[in-house]
Design a protein around this ligand. Structure first.
Ligand code: PLP
Length: 359
């Protein structure tokens, strides 16, 4: 069996080493005679797996002691509701920066619970983020929410929004673990797992302790950070296998030099791909240079009639899931942590060859 280079935006490729380790441990984990999938979440084996994964994530991200790390279900989309439910704390409004498709979804969900002030916005059809000094922040907002990396548009914030005393909330789904981040600047960091953490079905939430404990009336127990935190993310049966695989990914990241090591690799990978696109008249990336994502690289072909051929030929060459999101068109190469540099080089070589044959 030969594995392809999978450029999917999510669920995305996992490191091959992690998949092989999981395969070896699949049927009989560490001689205990059963698979992790079959273990009680309250048994000592799974408890050790869960604790190790949390400790490794804390180490990788240098999570300060006054933050809880939760391993939940429901995807990043459930955080679109959980954030207002838990963070409004008696206030009636929250600030949101709207930079694209995922910001919009977060905003429309938050509107069910509070007044949403859109304090900065990417104009329709543009691929940029609002300037830091243009944000119209409100001192009485319950929190400021933004999307550091817009997975669909391929836009990444080149700066950290300064929200003063207002807690900053980041939807890190498609950029978490791609580089070091100063967790202490945030009230909440959340991410669906299926890009840089592990399989879909797991959601990681990192939340400052003092923001936990007051929810709006009617908040379901499953959506209450305090209940989830007191229950060590085991209020109900957690997504055990996803949690275990995330733990293997965290160990893999540590073996690669942690997030500083990953950042160097990711910077090189994305720079090489953007350089190839910029050097050609045949390919184009629409994103303003200083906001180009390290993780999701959308690009178009000079002639959209060639899109289908490009995808078919790429697949033939072992490069798959390059079709762009329907709202943007063209192509999108998602090059998360698990995409090796050789995969990006294979794509660059294929693009040059395709241009030669069809340009
Ligand atoms: N936020 C961002 C930035 C995403 O990229 C995605 C999924 O691609 C989501 C939220 C939604 O995640 P989930 O499917 O885990 O709810």
């Amino acid at each position: 069996m030969s594995r392809v280079y999978n450029f999917s935006a999510g669920p995305a490729a996992l490191p091959e080493e992690v998949l092989k380790q999981a395969q070896e441990e699949m049927v009989d984990w560490h001689g205990c005679g059963m698979s992790v999938m079959e273990m009680s979440h309250r048994g000592k084996e799974f408890m050790s797996i869960a604790a190790q994964a949390e400790a490794d994530l804390r180490e990788l991200m240098a999570v300060p002691a006054n933050y809880k790390v939760l391993f939940l279900q429901g995807g990043a989309s459930s955080q679109f509701s959980m954030v207002p439910m838990n963070l409004l704390r008696g206030k009636s409004s929250a600030d949101y920066i709207n930079t694209g498709s995922w910001s919009k979804k977060a905003i429309s969900e938050a509107k069910k619970y509070c007044n949403v002030n859109v304090v900065g916005e990417t104009p329709a059809g543009q691929f940029t983020v609002p300037a830091a000094d243009s944000l119209q922040l409100n001192a009485d907002a319950a929190y400021l929410h933004y999307t550091p990396n817009e997975t669909i548009q391929g836009i990444e914030f080149p700066y950290l929004p300064e929200s003063g005393d207002v807690p900053l909330v980041g939807d890190f789904s498609s950029t978490i673990l791609s580089r070091p981040v100063d967790v202490s600047k945030y009230g909440v960091i959340y991410a669906g797992a299926q890009k840089n953490i592990g399989p879909a079905g797991l959601t990681v939430v990192i939340v400052r302790e003092d923001l936990i404990g007051e929810t709006i009336a009617g908040t379901p127990a499953m959506f209450d950070y305090q209940i989830q935190s007191e229950g060590e993310s085991m209020y109900n049966t957690p997504p055990t296998y996803g949690w275990y695989l995330a733990g293997l990914v965290f160990q893999w990241l540590k073996s690669k030099g942690g997030l500083a090591g990953m950042a160097e690799i990711n910077q090189r990978k994305s720079a090489a791909l953007y350089a190839a696109i910029d050097a050609s008249d045949f390919y184009n990336n629409p994103v303003e240079v200083n906001c180009r994502s390290w993780m999701n690289v959308p690009f178009t072909l000079a002639d959209a009639e060639l899109d289908a051929k490009f995808l078919a030929d790429a697949k033939e060459a072992g490069l798959v899931t390059l079709k762009g999101h329907r709202s943007v068109g063209g192509m999108r190469a998602s090059i998360y942590n698990a995409m090796p540099e050789a995969g990006v080089q294979a794509l660059i070589d294929f693009m040059a060859d395709f241009e030669k044959r069809n340009g």
